[in-house]
Design a protein around this ligand. Sequence first.
Ligand SMILES: O=c1[nH]c(=O)c2ncn([C@@H]3O[C@H](COP(=O)(O)OP(=O)(O)OP(=O)(O)O)[C@@H](O)[C@H]3O)c2[nH]1
Length: 218
Amino acid sequence: MKECTHVRAAGSASAAKLDAVRAAFAAAFPRAALRVAARPAASGVRAQPFGDAETRRGAVNRARGALREAVLAAAAAADGGGDPETTGGGGAAAAVPHYAVGLEGGLHVEDGVMYCFAWMAVLRWGGEGGRGGAQLGSLQGIEDAPMGLSRTGSFAVPPRVSARVLNDGEELGHACDAVYGTGDGKGRGGLVGIVTHGAITRTSFYSHAVQLALAGLP
Ligand SMILES: O=c1[nH]c(=O)c2ncn([C@@H]3O[C@H](COP(=O)(O)OP(=O)(O)OP(=O)(O)O)[C@@H](O)[C@H]3O)c2[nH]1
């Protein structure tokens, strides 16, 4: 196993997503000194994606966007420009990452029931089995970086919440906050935390799928 893994947790500064990436990589690389940093990146899809294809595309776009930003920031830092936008990564700020991860939550409706799920995309860049040398700091090849994909399970969105999403066009997290008033719709617990009474949080919901995406890397 690797001694050190730099991960750019993509697309997001979401605490739930960052925690999920940390937990997944810690499980996959138990002896690694992990450095996980947020690198918000555009999903390129709607704020509330519907269906597997759109949601998966959002995850892939976020992973690639985060990797692109991280590579550019590392190059700027090497030139003495610093990396002020990176959060939560400590010493990872100037490092070219070994992996980039994109996580995107989505919805679909089947037989009148709305289901919630999320897709994960993990890209390998540097490190063992990844790129090396000068290529690491170049944007060339990002589109072809080895990628692992996976999806969480699905759970049914309570009708009071799904009605707000369908009728008022609200994003799930906002609809969840409006119905339950917990303010955690976009937080670590999320709707999955509410419907499972805390047994599964957004963090644990995402974490197993990040591990599966990592396992699927060619
Ligand atoms: O998969 C999920 N499991 C949950 O239990 C859950 N509870 C709420 N949501 C909402 O689903 C939407 C898309 O999620 P999403 O990937 O766009 O994340 P997000 O908007 O929170 O963060 P960001 O990464 O966009 O900043 C957002 O409105 C989330 O709040 C959940 N998604």
